[in-house]
Design a protein around this ligand. Structure first.
Ligand SMILES: *Cc1c(COP(=O)(O)O)cnc(C)c1O
Length: 382
């Protein structure tokens, strides 16, 4: 059977072959397999040098100092570490977040709420963005942290992190940003945006799964409490033997992303236009989320009169999803679409198409043709 066209880059990306090749050098007996924490021999020193090289590559993409990068197992862990770590030990803390965050932030905040932390849940506008004024009016004297995503994984829309960061810096409130869908897709500058903590994942940027990082600002110094205890790695913030091959993979992936950010954005912009152009003869197609403030690789569309489940069944030649990978196992409508004010029915009519580095014009044209055919057929048999 021919494999379906992959249009689920927002769920995960394939590893770039250049990245995979680099990773293989850090596994086998002829490679660099030492423990980066081994201080007494060359195996350890070489591994440590590789880890530090990758730290510089990851830091560089977000304009951070390499010493501000803490390796984790992915953005889920980074979100947990940032939020729980910032709240730990605080007296009567209050945090602010939104109802359309990734589950890694939502469920962490819900857990804290059940354990006595007060949480304000902001609702975005229909464009999927949180306004700086909304955040400002949610602040209390005891607000210790605001956690917001930069790019939403279901909609692709982008919140004005820099404006919110500037306001929070002035108020002395910590700012955590989940940038898993932003890094490598749009400019991320932790200084310009006045962010204190920022979550990253490798597998959304053509790196391997199971590795990520948390940026932790050094100046002004941000203190977070470790959530995993052990050997005191990563300046005491995250213990565990560093997975050199994964880290090298993330470093390489971020280096590649930095080198081709603009070209890739332009390429994806062209694919996006072509995709929407291909659907223009179809009536009743609505774009969910901001048209203007967004990344080009994620397009979330609702099709009038057609439910997403049937559409997905009809689109067997396309690998798409109705929302986030973690939510798609359920038939519940997406909480993100509900969060931007869509009714149940509208939310049930939405599909997310996401493309990336290895997508081709042929694939995009094929996808558009398939969608037009299937939607037309489903509507005619109603
Ligand atoms: C994928 C994703 C995560 C989770 O990242 P993992 O590395 O898979 O744990 C968190 N936040 C956002 C916005 C994501 O898209």
């Amino acid at each position: 059977m021919k494999k379906p066209v992959y249009l689920d880059y927002a769920a995960t990306t394939p590893v770039d072959p250049i990245v995979a090749e680099e990773m293989c050098k850090y596994l086998t007996p002829d490679g660099v397999y030492g423990n980066p924490a081994s201080r007494s021999h060359a195996y350890g020193w070489q591994a440590e040098a590789a880890v530090e090289g990758a730290r510089r590559q990851v830091a560089s993409l977000i304009h951070a100092d390499p010493r501000e990068i803490v390796w984790t197992s992915g953005a889920t862990e980074s979100d947990n570490l940032a939020i729980k770590g910032a709240v730990a030990g605080r007296d009567d803390p209050h945090i602010v977040t939104s109802v359309i965050e990734h589950k890694a932030v939502l469920d962490t905040c819900k857990w804290l709420e059940q354990n006595g932390v007060s949480v304000t849940w902001l609702k975005p506008g229909s464009d999927g963005r949180i306004a700086p004024a909304q955040v400002e009016s949610a602040l209390h004297d005891n607000t210790v942290l605001v956690s917001l995503m930069m790019v939403n994984n279901e909609l692709g829309c982008q919140t004005d992190i820099a404006a919110i960061g500037a306001m929070l810096r002035e108020r002395g409130v910590l700012f955590h940003v989940d940038a898993a869908q932003a890094a490598g897709k749009t400019e991320v500058d932790v200084s310009a945006m006045a962010v204190d903590l920022l979550s990253l994942s490798a597998h959304k940027v053509y790196g391997p799964k199971g590795i990520g990082a948390l940026y932790v600002r050094r100046s002004p110094d941000v203190r977070i409490e470790a959530q995993i205890h052990g050997g005191g790695h990563e300046r005491g913030m995250r213990s565990g033997t560093l997975p050199t091959h994964q880290i090298v993979g993330m470093g390489k992936a971020f280096e590649l992303a930095a080198g081709q950010l603009e070209q890739e954005q332009a390429m994806l912009e062209r694919l996006r236009s072509r995709f929407l152009q291909g659907l223009k003869n179809l009536d009743g197609v609505a774009l969910n989320g901001s048209e203007e403030h967004r990344v080009p690789g994620i397009v979330n569309l609702s099709f009038a009169g057609v439910d997403a489940e049937s559409l997905m069944l009809g689109l067997r030649n396309l690998a798409v999803s109705s929302g986030s990978a973690c939510a798609s196992a359920t038939v519940e409508p997406s909480f993100v679409l509900r969060g931007i004010g869509l009714g149940d029915e509208q939310a049930h009519r939405a599909l997310r198409f996401s493309f990336g580095r290895f997508s081709t014009v042929e694939e995009i044209d094929f996808a558009a043709t398939q969608i037009v055919d299937v939607v037309t057929r489903l509507r005619s048999v109603r």
